[in-house]
Design a protein around this ligand. Sequence first.
Ligand code: FAD
Length: 274
Amino acid sequence: MEGEQLKTDKINLESFWTPWKDVEELDFRLGKDFDLVVLGISIGAFPYIAPELSDASAKWKAMVENVQTARTLAMQLWVNKDISELGWTMKSPILDAYAQPFNTWADMSQLICREDWGNEVRSIAYYCGPLEDSVPHEDAVQVVHDRAKAWLSQFSGLHWPLGCSPGSTTDLDFKNLADPGDGVGDKRFDAQFFRANVDPSERYVLTVSGSTDFRLKPGESGFDNLYLTGDWTRNGFNAGCIEATVMAGMECANAISGFPALTDIVGLDHLKPS
Ligand SMILES: Cc1cc2nc3c(=O)[nH]c(=O)nc-3n(C[C@H](O)[C@H](O)[C@H](O)COP(=O)(O)OP(=O)(O)OC[C@H]3O[C@@H](n4cnc5c(N)ncnc54)[C@H](O)[C@@H]3O)c2cc1C
């Protein structure tokens, strides 16, 4: 019965902003339902999912208040030219600190063989960057779409000079974009993928000045049976990246099981007595 209603009302249960009300709450009991909890969700969600922990622990509260997070935006383009045909003369890049808001470009062409485009797609480009909190969540995807269009008209010529519209040195000719519907002009742009990361659990973890001391270590949550993992923990790297995430995961495993030894974790191996 609920399934039909979910379908009719187009409810997305994965969205934090869903109007759907929870139908019941379940209690999980230590020893019966679980042995320990590993918390690995972005710290951006903690004010919503675990306010009780902030109430119970000053250290936890200080961490949640001081380790800051930001929304992000992204677009993904499927392109019918490879990056050298677009005028990129260097190796396949991850390029950062580029023009805002799509300040990062990663050539993701290694994924072409995982998709089923045949010869139509010759490169795949992922772009991402920051999205301010003031954009209403219900408008955010449209805002990303519009900003992407404006950005490509202004900045794509810098890295893809051979992909520009005739007579332009800045704007992307949408003829270069793959479109399963084989549309014309803007339709080819509209066929690409745009994403606004607006849920609290999707927020990117920042390392703002003076905040690192407030992070808690994976094995030092301050609560029995609760272990922490994620780039937001005090993990030795303390930044929003995969290296920090992997270190945190290994430190969490160490806290739970004693393995691996902290000194065997790349990034903490300087602790090993020489
Ligand atoms: C746009 C963007 C670009 C980035 N680019 C790079 C890059 O180029 N290089 C780099 O090293 N790092 C990059 N990062 C950072 C990198 O993605 C993070 O550091 C890393 O993913 C953090 O891993 P995590 O396990 O801590 O958290 P997440 O990857 O956020 O994993 C947490 C998981 O918990 C799940 N979850 C959330 N809520 C619940 C719930 N209630 N119940 C169960 N599960 C839940 C989520 O779905 C998610 O899978 C980027 C991040 C963003 C946002």
